[in-house]
Design a protein around this ligand. Structure first.
Ligand code: PAF
Length: 281
């Protein structure tokens, strides 16, 4: 695996690669890689001749200094996993490379997609995601970019980002990988204590309950019961649980035939904030 740390060097490499017309897949990450990330690398390898992974803990998408400080950083293990997965290239820039001092980051507003749910509870988060992913896409310009559906709202933001910037990049949002007890794989799971880890799987239990009872109950009943299920666990505290239009993120007060809906939850497990979702029908 070739490792690049600066933009100019990876772009020189990519210039040569583009001449050979090889299909390029790109998996952007913040490191602390788990099987969910590796499944994205594997998907990219199936569909492309060259796969690039980036690892960059993007400070501008954290809305708390504490959260940024505690985000797991495991670069040696990550490199090992990427080599095992036969990833071709790692882009591992530092902060000065991605955020040169003279550059001003733009403020982006994608309407409901960036203002609701994660946008509301983590002000500035999507602005940071949009800024960094725009830079990464402009640097790498892949044929296809791979993201995990666990970050369901982020996938919608990236779809809009591609449209607004006119990038010729296909977006592949891949299914969430889960642990045996249903907990969605996430780098943040590494920060859970044993007891928190046990209780965290209740988030998926609640989402599944919504899916199973979707036809029989009202939206208000579904949300209330799901919140109760989550909070049966003493270490869990629900920040939000909502049923939304899966394309616009409009919160649905009631069910409307023919709309693609998704149940989304953000839950504190101790001090660790976890998100998950399930598409309903
Ligand atoms: O999903 C993530 O890991 C991050 O939000 C991303 C897309 C790599 C941007 O920093």
């Amino acid at each position: 695996m070739i490792v690049f740390k600066n933009i100019q060097e990876i772009q020189e490499y990519l210039k040569k690669l583009k001449k050979s017309k090889k299909l390029l897949g790109f998996v952007p990450t913040m490191g602390a890689l788990h099987s969910g990330h590796i499944s994205l690398i594997e998907q990219s390898k199936k569909e492309n001749e060259v796969t690039i992974c980036s690892i960059f803990v993007n400070p501008t998408q954290f809305n708390s200094e504490e959260d940024l400080k505690k985000y797991p950083r495991t670069i040696e293990k990550d490199i090992k996993k990427l080599i095992e997965a036969e990833c071709d290239v790692l882009f591992y820039p530092d902060c000065n490379e991605m955020y040169p001092k003279e550059e001003i980051n733009s403020a982006e507003d994608y309407g409901h997609i960036t203002s609701r749910l994660e946008g509301k509870f983590r002000p500035g988060h999507f602005n940071g995601v949009i800024n960094i992913v725009t830079k990464l896409f402009a640097t790498i310009n892949p044929d296809t970019a791979y993201f995990g559906q666990k970050d369901f709202q982020q996938c919608a933001v990236i779809k809009e980002l591609i449209k607004r910037n006119g990038f010729n990049i296909k977006l592949n949002c891949c299914p969430t990988l889960r642990e045996e007890d249903g907990l969605a794989m996430s780098s943040r799971n590494m920060r859970l204590s044993n007891e928190e880890r046990k209780q965290a799987s209740q988030i998926y239990v609640a989402l599944q309950w919504i899916k199973l009872n979707f036809k029989a109950k009202t939206v208000a009943e579904l949300k209330m019961e799901a919140r109760k299920i989550i909070e049966e666990m003493p270490l869990l505290k629900t920040e939000y649980i909502e049923i939304c239009n899966a394309d616009t993120f409009e919160i649905m007060p009631r069910k409307i035939e023919g709309r693609r809906l998704v149940a989304l939850a953000a839950v504190y497990c101790g001090n660790v904030r976890l998100i998950d979702n399930l598409v309903l029908g």
